[in-house]
Design a protein around this ligand. Structure first.
Ligand code: HGY
Ligand code: MN
Ligand code: MN
Ligand code: MN
Length: 394
């Protein structure tokens, strides 16, 4: 029996692919999550960090096996990045129940909030708060592009921001976490593999770069009298690509604000966010260090000022090797591959044995409305996840 993926598509359609934490579309996702849990007679709870949990069995018994992912998205992301993992968790439980399997340990489905950091800036915010990887006071004060604070937004959505913070009791009851996710890349297409097991997540981070100049008239100010932050910004973007290529890394600036954003005004300030990643940590560090030096030198030349601040960072994560090999074995020797994409599994790996399953993405495209997956591969993913849950929990 294949679980109908339509609700995922509906979220995306409803949210216009803007499923932001505590935003209208994600609140609709949360209502869907609660309905799916209820439909299965699974107890559902939201923790103090805005993460959702649905339980088959009593989590207080401990030693739980949890699967899940996230329901939020990047601005105009796709329908599968995140929701596929949550939908597949519920669908895998349906398969176990249909085959009469009864777990001897609690089985949970989780949906972590603000995994993309698309609204409040820190990626995997819900899982970082849960594991104590981010200070709750820092998180509470995070603001979105409209200046809404996280704590006020949570309160408006009915969550008590006073509960933000590490939840060691909850973590102590989880023995293993397995996240199913659409592949964000084409490796499985090239391997002709519908399902793969994750081995590692590359180190990656995001840096906020503020370029300050002097607002002035676009028509009457002599070129030599300008302190144009857009010039420094543009050179930094070009330098990021060049340095990444030389170092075998990847880098982009996908988010930028310009103030006052007038066609005929030299900007006073440009804000840009760098996303940089590399398989090798030293290469990543080198790209960022060299870029920071180069942009400061360019600012000197342009008469502008630059401040670069690391906003969120994830060191390399190697998933639990024994669990990785055990799951690859259960799945008949499917390929094992590393990813350059961050996931809540990468954060939880610091606290509990963690693994990932990937479902083939025919084009490799992600973080775009064009993201897709073949239904047959989604079905293969659910069967693989059911096999893994059966192996770990029954
Ligand atoms: O940005 C990432 O790597 C992930 O898709 N959140
Ligand atoms: Mn993503
Ligand atoms: Mn994701
Ligand atoms: Mn994720």
């Amino acid at each position: 029996m294949w679980y109908d993926l339509a609700p995922v598509g509906r979220f995306s359609a409803t949210g216009g692919y803007r499923r932001f934490a505590f935003g209208a579309a994600e609140l609709e996702c949360r209502a869907w999550f609660a309905a799916e849990a209820r439909r299965r007679g699974m107890a559902m709870e939201a923790d103090g960090n805005g993460n959702l949990w649905a339980w088959w069995g009593d989590p207080a018994a401990g030693n739980a096996v949890v699967t899940g992912s996230h329901l939020d998205s990047v601005p105009d992301g796709g329908a599968f990045d995140g929701p596929l993992g949550v939908v597949s968790g519920f669908a895998a439980i349906d398969l176990l129940r249909a085959s009469g399997d009864v777990p001897v340990r609690p089985v949970g489905v989780a949906a972590f909030t603000e995994e993309e950091g698309g609204r409040f800036g820190i990626a995997c915010l819900g899982s970082r708060l849960l594991t104590g990887a981010v200070d709750p006071a820092v998180a509470a004060a995070l603001t979105d592009a409209d200046g809404n604070r996280l704590d006020e937004t949570m309160a408006a959505a009915g969550s008590d921001p006073g509960l933000l913070g590490p939840d060691p009791d909850r973590l102590s009851r989880i023995a293993v976490y397995v996240e199913l996710h659409i592949e964000q890349g084409r490796a499985q297409v090239d391997m002709d593999a519908p399902v793969a097991v994750g081995s590692a997540i590359w180190p990656h981070g995001r840096w906020r770069m503020e370029f300050r100049g002097r607002a002035d008239h676009a028509g009457t100010t002599r070129l030599d009298d300008r302190a144009d932050p857009m010039l420094t910004y543009a050179n930094t973007v070009l330098a990021a690509r060049k340095k990444a290529r030389l170092a075998g890394a990847v880098a982009t600036v996908g988010r930028v604000f310009c103030e006052p954003n007038g066609t005929n005004a030299i900007p006073s300030r440009v804000l840009g966010w760098l996303d940089a990643r590399a398989e090798d940590r030293a290469a990543l560090d080198r790209v960022v260090e060299e870029l920071e030096t180069a942009t400061l030198q360019r600012a000197e030349r342009d008469g502008t000022e630059v401040t670069v601040t690391r906003e969120s960072f994830s060191p390399e994560v190697a998933f639990d090797a024994a669990l990785r090999d055990r799951l690859a074995g259960v799945l008949g020797g499917v390929p094992v591959l590393a990813t350059g994409a961050g996931h809540d599994a990468g954060i939880l790996a610091a606290a509990i044995p963690t693994a990932m399953l990937f479902v083939r993405n025919p084009t490799g495209v992600s973080h775009s409305p064009a993201e897709s997956a073949e239904m047959s591969d989604c079905i293969a993913g659910v069967h693989a996840l059911a096999d893994v849950l059966r192996e770990l929990a029954c």
